[in-house]
Design a protein around this ligand. Structure first.
Ligand SMILES: *Cc1c(COP(=O)(O)O)cnc(C)c1O
Length: 232
């Protein structure tokens, strides 16, 4: 058994366990495998182990992998920071974008989404821990941006995404994940019919699932640690 296969199995089991502990429906949480800095061959191995959805942070790196993996029915998610000069490539090549935090970027993605593709699935990134250096909109600004993005023709607003600040010591705190769930509920009370809470990474996904994550973005626990090749 390869490391990727056994890591994937262990991650799936941990997701099932956390879902069960939270008394949520068995299929309530989906797994996004974050393959940034790892090779196309590693992605192929994960696919052979049953994984179809992959997350990438860097456009050019992702396009290089997509070219090598065209024979596979993969679903690509862009989860990195979005530069406005990259929106066209993102709109043309990805199925999902998780890091939208400005109307201008959403407008460009909508305008540049090719008509022959289904609407681009969007999550708004929320700066849930209020970190000065983090991308994402302030929680207070979510309702307004969500209503604006929901009107754009070639996008489908699916929900919210967050990367909470790392815990200072030891225990992962549930509070940011709770806040995210409440934000999604507030949107759905306004009939937005959003189904996605993209939160939880290798170190904190069980807590995120406990608090309502529907999609966890897991890299290290599947592919190993990113020792080199991390862009900035
Ligand atoms: C890298 C990354 C992940 C995966 O992080 P791990 O700790 O390796 O699981 C998830 N989400 C985003 C936005 C990332 O950039």
């Amino acid at each position: 058994m390869t490391a990727i296969l056994s890591n994937l199995q262990a991650t799936r089991e941990a997701i099932i366990q956390a879902t069960r502990n939270a008394q949520r429906e068995a299929n309530a949480v989906s797994l996004l495998a974050v393959s940034k800095t790892f090779s196309a061959q590693a992605v192929r191995e994960a696919y052979q182990a049953g994984q179809c959805a992959f997350g990438e942070n860097y456009v050019q790196e992702a396009l290089d992998k997509m070219a090598l993996l065209q024979d596979l029915p993969l679903v690509w998610h862009f989860i990195g920071p979005i530069q406005s000069n990259k929106t066209r490539l993102i709109a043309e090549n990805f199925a999902w974008v998780h890091g939208v935090d400005r109307l201008k970027i959403a407008q460009r993605l909508s305008e540049q989404r090719p008509v022959y593709l289904p609407p681009l699935n969007i999550c708004l990134q929320v700066n849930v821990s209020g970190e000065a250096s983090k991308s994402g909109i302030a929680p207070e600004a979510v309702l307004t941006l969500a209503h604006e993005v929901a009107t754009l023709p070639n996008l489908r607003l699916r929900g919210l995404m967050a990367i909470p600040a790392p815990a200072l010591a030891g225990e992962i705190q549930p509070a940011p994940f709770v806040k995210m769930r409440q934000l999604l509920q507030a949107l759905n009370q306004q009939d937005m019919a959003l189904d996605t809470l993209s939160m939880g990474m290798s170190h904190d996904f069980p807590v995120a699932i406990q608090e309502g994550a529907t999609m966890v973005r897991v890299g290290t626990a599947i592919f190993g640690s990113r020792t080199s090749g991390e862009h900035t």
